[in-house]
Design a protein around this ligand. Sequence first.
Ligand code: XMP
Length: 319
Amino acid sequence: DWTMAEFRRAKIEDIRAQVGDARVICGLSGGVDSAVAAVLIHEAIGDQLTCVFVDHGLMRMGEAEQVVGLFRNHYNIPLVHVDAEELFMDGLAGLTDPEAKRKFIGKTFIDVFDAEAKKIGGADFLAQGTLYPDVIESVSFTGGPSVTIKSHHNVGGLPERMNMALVEPLRELFKDEVRELGRELGLPPAFVGRHPFPGPGLAIRIPGEVTKDRCDILRKADAIYLEEIRNAGLYDAIWQAFAVLLPVKTVGVMGDSRTYDSVCALRAVTSTDGMTADVYPFDGQFLGRVATRIVNEVRGINRVVYDYTSKPPGTIEWE
Ligand code: XMP
């Protein structure tokens, strides 16, 4: 695409002019935005860029491995992979309030990132995959003039704390444009097309207390759901689809015995920017197939329900 090729060339010039021969550090979240920003910046300044991937253990199935593989093997971009799962799980123990979980995760993410930045000798610039909607939402996130429905930690936090100048090459772009730029940069289509994923990850898809066990259960259910969506050819027609693991147990029957296990809720919405969303109208057969597979294949779940709430009044995530 001519426009994105042009944008790519112009941004590379901008980045070089801004950074000179200084060092840049970039936090990878596992998502598309930070990956596209990192690949673009690497194209501009090569090994003056170091990427740090803080792995909080709250990613979807196989995602951490994918990010590390992509950067180290495919692009050969210097990457520090910090396995901080234990630290995050320990800190999440006992936390049930959605905002308390978000705050802990946001703060701990910054602490870990900061410590790693120091270990590699610091840097002069901090790169972020901030998009145009992030810039807007950080002012008023989904809730009208002065109401904060959910605190967001994409924007703010890191820069103030680290006192570094920012490199934010995606600031003028919307999500679909970032995907286009990602394809232009040669990122694998399946990676670029991935549904948006919140910074706090699975923690906000496990209402109540988050434990490693519950993350593992949710990861399995979510992977089955996404696999069925892909097989049905529906993945790209959906803005976000994911499973939620509820802190509710119900009675079921499996063979000759009674079960007493958790409920899993499935969510799928269409949207253009995440600000409003419509429910994706799966047919009953599809949902039945997913429910059967999850209950049969995932220990710890014995009931599956579908969330039929649009946004507003619901939000996309359950917390
Ligand atoms: P809601 O649930 O408010 O979500 O309708 C709108 C979009 O934002 C994502 N989201 C988050 N992203 N940190 C993030 O980086 C967060 O704390 C957070 N909360 C929600 C959500 O996945 C959807 O795309």
